[in-house]
Design a protein around this ligand. Structure first.
Ligand SMILES: [Zn+2]
Length: 478
């Protein structure tokens, strides 16, 4: 048998029409996804047309018009005016186009979305109802998890913190510092609960795998091995909890949750914590199985089956055996996550034929620095959360060397890198410091990948903005 051939594909994995799916939400999400994709899809055809017509006398004028009309931005004059000398620099134009479109989708995201704040408030109230005052998610940087919050788990934009790291190997020290800040807010301002309320901090780590081609399309940071990816994420969660318990005594602790995502279908493996909040790689609910078992049931019966699936996981014997059931709030939250994901599976069944056609990587750009919550469409960007390049460098290398080499540079297409950081306009000097940092990071990136940069195969764009959600990007000139 040929080891390289992907395993046989069953006709269609998931059928649409699940009784528990939120169809109205699915329609809204589909509209959002379509608009997002269409915007980027116009770029390459326009570049091809420009390339084909670059020798015409009136080229610069016609090019300007075509770009403005079809893509909605202005191209650098020199690029078009000088095309007659050495030919049109399509690589530079491609980079410019991706950066412009990126700014368009980010800046346009909040228009007409006044509902976001109330949506977040409702979610925060719901989390508190589940005894959590903070939900903090660390997924892998892989672009196929970009839709994690909005699509796969259906959590509101502003209610949860998300930080992506290659292989879900989040920075324990940095996250302990964040936890400390959140606890301090509870003490000083009673936000979102006062310190005497026994609510908890929830840390979620998200690894991923591929059901269609497990040996090749899993997590790059873990050699495409699902077990390694899950095990590493679970260890990281344990280290995080240990760090907090050891640093802050007096019963300081956090709840943790491990979730695996099948990047072909968006189905999740939700690892159910036991009564001592511990998880096992062998104790989980698989929503792909649950979806198939419940799709043809009446609504009430389907709900009951979701509950039963959880109880079965909790009562599991053998390797995955745990000690008792999780606390009531956790049980409520994970039930909600399972239901939310069933809606997503219905979405994938309805709009993507039950499984994504782009099983592999199709990212358009690499985002470095702070999260961009507006980019939540699957496979659009590789996210490298980065505080310093010493720590974040290896994660960035996975993106540049492993993912984009095949996607872009081997074909001669450049890698667009966007450096994005936030400042706090209430803090004097914050903007200047962040601007400096942005420039420093850009310099180091250009240095690190000098060979690619010299061939025009990597370009770096800088943007900063105020840390408040909904603020517009401010472009920094190189
Ligand atoms: Zn990964």
């Amino acid at each position: 048998m040929d080891a390289e051939a992907p395993p046989e594909q069953p006709e269609r994995l998931l059928q649409p029409g699940h009784p528990l799916a939120d169809r109205a939400a699915n329609e809204t999400l589909h509209g959002f996804e379509q608009a997002f994709r269409q915007r980027f899809e116009r770029l390459v055809p326009v570049l091809k047309e420009l390339h084909a017509t670059q020798h015409a006398l009136s080229f610069p004028e016609r090019a300007r018009e075509l770009i403005a009309e079809s893509l909605g931005f202005a191209a650098p004059a020199a690029l078009l005016d000088d095309a007659w000398i050495n030919g049109l620099d399509t690589r530079a134009l491609y980079l410019h186009g991706i950066f412009e479109l990126f700014e368009q989708v980010v800046n346009g995201y909040w228009a007409g979305r006044d509902d976001l704040v109330s949506e977040a408030e409702r979610a925060t109230a719901y989390f508190l109802d589940c005894d959590f005052h903070e939900v903090d998610i660390s997924p892998c940087s892989d672009g196929r998890l970009l839709g994690l919050r909005r699509f796969i788990l259906r959590l509101p934009d502003l209610a949860v913190r998300t930080r992506s790291h290659a292989g879900a190997l989040f920075d324990v020290e940095e996250d302990v510092r964040y936890w400390t800040r959140r606890e301090l807010l509870r003490f000083r301002e009673g936000q979102p609960t006062t310190a005497d309320v026994p609510s908890r901090y929830l840390k979620i780590a998200v690894y991923h795998f591929s059901s269609r081609d497990p040996a090749h399309e899993g997590c790059m940071a873990h050699g495409s091995n699902e077990r390694d990816a899950a095990d590493a994420a679970l260890r990281q969660l344990r280290s995080f909890r240990q760090a907090i318990e050891n640093t802050f005594c007096c019963g300081a602790s956090v709840d943790t949750l491990l979730i695996g995502v099948d990047t072909d279908t968006d189905a999740i493996k939700l690892h159910v914590p036991d009564g001592e909040t511990r998880m096992s790689l062998y104790r989980y609910v698989d929503t792909a199985v649950l979806y198939r078992q419940t799709r043809e049931l009446p609504e009430q019966e389907a709900s009951l089956r979701v509950y039963q699936a959880l109880q079965q996981a909790i009562a599991q014997q053998g390797w995955g055996r745990g000690k008792g059931e999780p606390h009531e709030g956790m049980l409520r939250l994970i039930t909600r996550l399972l239901l939310n994901n069933l809606s997503q599976l219905d979405y994938v069944a309805r709009y993507h034929d039950g499984r994504y056609a782009d099983g592999g990587h199709r990212e358009r750009l690499i985002l470095v620095g702070h999260e961009v919550e507006e980019m939540q469409v699957r496979n659009f960007a590789y996210f490298a959360h980065l505080e310093t390049l010493e720590e974040g460098g290896p994660g960035l290398d996975v993106g540049v060397e492993k993912i984009f080499r095949k996607l872009n540079t081997e074909r001669g297409l450049p890698i667009p890198v966007v450096v994005h950081y936030r400042y706090d306009r209430h803090v004097p000097g914050s903007r200047e410091r962040v601007e400096k940092r942005c420039r420093r990071i850009r310099r180091v990136i250009l240095e690190r990948y000098r060979e690619l940069v010299d061939q025009g195969l990597l370009g770096c764009h800088m943007v900063i903005r105020d840390k408040q959600s909904g603020s517009q990007l401010e472009r920094l000139a190189a």
